[in-house]
Design a protein around this ligand. Sequence first.
Ligand SMILES: NC(=O)C1=CN([C@@H]2O[C@H](COP(=O)(O)OP(=O)(O)OC[C@H]3O[C@@H](n4cnc5c(N)ncnc54)[C@H](OP(=O)(O)O)[C@@H]3O)[C@@H](O)[C@H]2O)C=CC1
Ligand SMILES: CC(=O)C(=O)O
Ligand SMILES: [Mg+2]
Length: 578
Amino acid sequence: METMVQTTTKHGMDVIHDPLLSKGTAFSLSERERLGIRGLVPPRTQEMDKQLQRIIRNLRECRTPLEKFIFMTALQDRNETLYYRLLIDNLEELSQIIYTPTVGLACQRFHSIYRRSRGMYFSTLDRGQMAAMVHNWPHDQVDVIVVTDGSRVLGLGDLGANGMQIPIGKLSLYVAGGGIRPTSILPVVLDVGTNNEELLNDPLYLGMGHRRLEGEEYYSFVDEWVAAIQNRYPNALIQFEDFKYPHAYNLLHKYQDKICCFNDDIQSTSAVALAGVLAALKARSLPIDNLNEERIICVGAGSAGVGVCEGIIDCMVEQGKVKSREEAYKRIWMLDQHGLIGNPNLGTSDGTKPPTIGLGDRANLDERQLCYLKKDMHDRMSLEDVVKVIKPTVILGLSGAPGVFTEGAIRAMADGVEKPVVFPLSNPTHQSECTAEQAFKWTDGRAIFASGSPFKDVEYKGKICKVNQINNAMSFPGLGLGVTVSRSSRVTGKMFMETAITIANMASEEQLKSGILFPGVAALREVSKEVAARVCEVAYDQGLARAQLPKGVSLKGLIEESMWKPAYVPTIRLESHS
Ligand SMILES: NC(=O)C1=CN([C@@H]2O[C@H](COP(=O)(O)OP(=O)(O)OC[C@H]3O[C@@H](n4cnc5c(N)ncnc54)[C@H](OP(=O)(O)O)[C@@H]3O)[C@@H](O)[C@H]2O)C=CC1
Ligand SMILES: CC(=O)C(=O)O
Ligand SMILES: [Mg+2]
């Protein structure tokens, strides 16, 4: 419910310098009186609309995206209400600053642009202390925690403790896009070291200066943190973010049935990518339940690639048109950096390598990846060769490898299908498997296109070709809102499947015809409401919800009411008894 007043025991400068209390110049005269700040701010009371005018003017004067990022961070550190108002009113433009792509650069530069602390760091120095440390966080109510170990930050590799900007950015979207309260979020870095030599050798680096913990030491570190969090915040939703493969999967499997948690890169990416694939069926005037007739190539066999493909397989099985899961696996061809996951016993397609027995030097692949192995195709076939053989309808990029969707591969794909579905989903922009312009040029403007980071629409031969953004940011804020409102004790696969279907059904016929698959990030609050309502329903259906639904209120009404909106409310001073 919307709070009508806020209370504080703080006084004077402490009020002005608290970003959760500060209103900048908007304190009324009576508030200035009772909070002891009369004379400490300029005399004219200026409401939020005037503040926004000033802020936008200043923001536009920043010359580079990184300058804008620093400006936005400074605003968040001064006045969170204004920060979120600005963000919500300009989500499309500013998500590109506080989130992908600029957040990637901000992570790379974190140690050189660092100004002020936000979130919590648990490092190898803190082993044995975490249960006590968690009480240093100033808020008793935490609904959503985003945690990373910085081991695979977007497509930028190991950035160690610099990864902190990712949980901060994701949680800003939870607040702006999902209506979670800014006091109820907690960004966390687990600093288990880094293997990034450049950071290890940089005297300004702020994380631990040793190499990463691995094996048992690593997992017991995470165990200690999870136990500490569970102790203080047993109901909080934990989002695991940007953990490298296979830790990402191992942690998910370890905790998903024990606590309320999920892995963003595996599960929310899978929801939003499945939504894109289903909406692309509609855009091609095909029935949405004919997923099993698609021929899908996935370039990237890591957390996101495997996660997305698992979601597609689950959906094929649910649609009931495949006899078995094994049959569904046959519809997806997966490549890693060596090429197709094929049969090493057939040798390589160019005959340069002798056949190996068993998996040979592909022994690094695990059972999740081996489900996609194609026994009848040569191992390590190039993308272009695979495309020529199987004539895919959909190509997904989750490799973090820029440019791997080559001209030859995409042109060959376009030769085989009327409307090739081309989704280079790696982040940030410069890690994308191809650009929007390339995709439309190489398909003669026929592609249905979506990327992980935003590209502008492309004009090709006088036609505007629409660019979609498929990013897990479209799904996790709504999912988190649904979990928070229902107080679900777990996050389930069904919730992600229903999130996908909900998003896939959001575009109008008109939009689908023009190449738009679902509403963009500007409509994130609307998308989140729909997703949250569905997630709540699933939580109640699965017996996981712990919140009582108030009588006489619709679920959507309840969700709408639960969403925090940035607005200044009167501040009342309470006497401090300490
Ligand atoms: N749009 C979105 O919402 C999301 C996008 N992503 C993006 O997906 C990318 C991958 O993330 P994630 O799966 O977690 O990372 P991982 O490191 O777990 O996996 C990367 C995979 O890509 C493969 N790969 C690397 N180089 C190439 C290449 N040249 N050709 C083919 N495959 C290659 C790797 O193969 P190998 O194992 O052989 O090295 C590995 O299988 C990142 O860029 C990330 O930003 C992730 C989550 C959400
Ligand atoms: C979007 C996201 O989570 C990623 O690229 O890792
Ligand atoms: Mg991620």
